[in-house]
Ligand binder design. Structure first.
Ligand SMILES: NC(=O)c1ccc[n+]([C@@H]2O[C@H](COP(=O)([O-])OP(=O)(O)OC[C@H]3O[C@@H](n4cnc5c(N)ncnc54)[C@H](OP(=O)(O)O)[C@@H]3O)[C@@H](O)[C@H]2O)c1
Length: 239
């Protein structure tokens, strides 16, 4: 078995980036490809697939695969199709807010759990045997600062992101001895076009850029981060 704390091993195994067509996803793809790491990214809408394909037309290291990350069969197919899998980065998630608990539709609460939690579980379920067989690897998930610092009106989202963090740490305890390191990043507000549209009066300079988070994610999938496992890494920018 590989020593999970060995910083000297080569880092050119492939990374599966789930949700790679999103705002953070595009920056993560860029960071991984710049490091020369082969990347397989999942897509869901043809429009987003085409945009990413155009954005990275000059990169030979990127493969795009269709996947519904809430469907076990689709996830297993996506994971099985990655040659030399060494890392999984799960960026799939989403946000809903605006109601206190007593005003929240039960289905809306469930939907937050399903969107934020289920993809990571399905990815880990499919990928852990391969990473263990490969003598180790890394798994990175995205929680949120709100998991540690809740605010009113988003209990479903906050609960889901706290569960993402708990899940990553549970994974790390189950697979750490087999050489698989699992870590979570906790963004504050990411400086995305969608957030700028929904909060036009905010001070964007206090937000964290997707590119900065992507650098941290890349580090967590590399051998340079070998001593780090089971961590909740704050990526808050100046907020
Ligand atoms: N934005 C923020 O301020 C912020 C703050 C804290 C944490 N986060 C977390 O950071 C992560 C990335 O955020 P982001 O702003 O980059 O989000 P985003 O732009 O909405 O990207 C989410 C990605 O997930 C994909 N996706 C959603 N449901 C899917 C499904 N069932 N199957 C396959 N793919 C699916 C989306 O595909 P489509 O494009 O086809 O929908 C997209 O590629 C999320 O987990 C989010 O909760 C974000």
């Amino acid at each position: 078995m590989a020593d999970p704390h060995d910083t000297s091993a080569p880092a050119q195994t492939a990374v599966l980036v789930a949700g790679g067509t999103g705002a953070l996803g595009t920056a993560v793809l860029q960071a991984m490809l710049e490091a020369g790491r082969p990347v397989v990214a999942t897509w869901r809408s043809e429009e987003e697939r085409d945009r990413v394909r155009d954005d990275f037309a000059d990169s030979s290291g990127l493969t795009l695969v269709e996947a519904d990350l809430t469907d076990p069969v689709s996830v297993e197919r996506a994971v099985a199709g990655v040659p030399s899998l060494g890392a999984v980065v799960n960026l799939v998630g989403g946000y809903a807010a605006g109601t206190k608990v007593h005003e929240t539709d039960p289905d809306a609460f469930d939907a937050m759990l399903r969107l934020n939690l289920r993809p990571g579980f399905l990815l880990a379920r499919a990928a852990m045997p391969r990473l263990v067989d490969a003598d180790g690897g890394t798994f990175v998930g995205v929680s949120a600062r709100a998991a540690l610092r809740p605010f009113p009106g988003a209990a479903g989202y906050i609960t889901a992101k706290a569960a993402v963090l708990a899940f990553i740490q549970a994974l790390d305890t189950e697979y750490g001895d087999a050489g698989v390191r699992c870590n979570a990043v906790l963004p504050s507000v990411i400086d995305t076009p969608a957030n700028r549209r929904s909060m036009p009066d905010a001070d964007f300079s206090r937000w964290v850029s997707p590119e900065h988070i992507a650098t941290v994610v890349r580090f967590l999938t590399s051998h340079e981060s070998a001593p780090i496992s089971g961590a909740a890494v704050p990526v808050y920018g100046r907020a």
